[in-house]
Design a protein around this ligand. Structure first.
Ligand SMILES: NC(=O)c1ccc[n+]([C@@H]2O[C@H](COP(=O)([O-])OP(=O)(O)OC[C@H]3O[C@@H](n4cnc5c(N)ncnc54)[C@H](OP(=O)(O)O)[C@@H]3O)[C@@H](O)[C@H]2O)c1
Length: 308
């Protein structure tokens, strides 16, 4: 049997398995340590979004904003809508999706549902009219939609929505990406997520907030065997390192709302990694020594991206 650089006889399969497991263990330990030890940049701004939630909410409500949500029938989307219904931050919330549900019957006043054809979104521009904030939690998987279908949903639909929303007056777009997103990645998932981030930056919203959660923790309705497998195997990791590579969907939703109602930062694009998402939701307390108020930047620096 050949394993990595070892040539093993069949009788040696036990050490081979042990080496394989040890290698996997080392790989995961390194990965988790990298994410767990990562510092949250601009801790002050992020922690303030959680700490000042009530005050921000009060001020935000007075300004009378309207929002749309795409992907509201998904796992993050569902809890995001629930959170939006609870906080009542927006005077109007338009839920834009590909199919009719009875969701608005269970929600308070101000929620509307619009069914659109994402392949012909230009015909449905009015769905986004008057919404100055947009939430995106849209997404599919390669297993479900194939490689092309995945790119179409996770990149093309998102980009088209963003373009129409911007033209309709959307100022702040909040986008769900993923941990490890990288436009140059050799993996389709992380590459597509990274490319979607880059495409959104070019639209030049007044404010673009990109969330990069780790593995989502939720009771998923849809069966996804590989996701369930990883969730089971990594349970001890989630327990001992709760902010490293996993995020409950409620935490992502709460962070998105806390970000939406917070005053804009100096950066046009805000990028939130998994730990920052936990902190923004109030799920991870900052160390007192990290609570350093950021220094005001020059106009040039302000236009650049800021990873938080
Ligand atoms: N799964 C993870 O662990 C993980 C980790 C990090 C980031 N993320 C990202 O987080 C985002 C949200 O994830 P999630 O698990 O909450 O998503 P989800 O449960 O799979 O929900 C996806 C949403 O997108 C909609 N959608 C899918 N295909 C569509 C299509 N062809 N046309 C129109 N709408 C379509 C779904 O509508 P229907 O209900 O009509 O199907 C649903 O509202 C995704 O972008 C995902 O990549 C996921």
């Amino acid at each position: 049997m050949r394993f990595l650089w070892f040539n093993l006889d069949c009788r040696d399969s036990a050490p081979g398995v042990a080496i394989a497991l040890a290698t996997l263990g080392i790989f995961w330990t390194c990965l988790i340590s990298i994410y767990d030890l990562a510092t949250v940049h601009d801790t002050f701004t992020i922690a303030s979004m959680a700490a000042e939630r009530e005050q921000n909410l009060e001020n935000f409500k007075k300004e009378g904003h309207s929002a749309f949500v795409i992907g509201y029938t998904g796992e993050i989307g569902k809890v995001l809508v629930k959170e939006l219904d609870e906080v009542k931050a927006f005077k109007r919330v338009v839920l834009v999706g590909r199919r009719q549900t009875n969701i608005t019957q269970k929600l308070g006043a101000g929620f509307e549902e619009r069914v659109v054809d994402f392949d012909n979104l230009d015909d449905y521009k009015e769905a986004f009219a008057g919404c100055d904030v947009g939430f995106n939690t849209l997404g599919t998987t390669r297993a479900k939609s194939g490689a092309q279908g995945f790119v179409k949903v996770d990149h093309d639909y998102v980009l088209k929505t963003a373009e129409i929303a911007k033209a309709s007056g959307c100022k702040h777009f909040l986008h769900t990406s993923s941990q490890g997103s990288d436009k140059n990645s050799s993996l389709l998932y992380t590459r597509t997520k990274g490319q979607a981030e880059e495409s959104l930056k070019v639209i030049h919203f007044d404010r673009l907030s990109i969330f990069r959660p780790g593995i989502l923790l939720c009771d998923r309705e849809e069966s996804r065997p590989s996701e369930s497998f990883f969730r089971t195997v990594l349970k001890p990791v989630f327990y001992f390192f709760p902010t490293a590579i996993s995020t409950p969907t409620e935490v992502v939703a709460r962070a998105m709302v806390n970000n939406a109602i917070s005053p804009p930062s100096e950066n046009r694009t805000e990028l939130f990694e998994n730990k920052a998402i936990h902190m923004m939701a109030g799920n991870l307390k900052p160390k007192p020594e990290d609570m350093v108020k950021p220094v005001k930047k020059s106009a040039k620096e302000t236009d650049d991206n800021q990873e938080l």
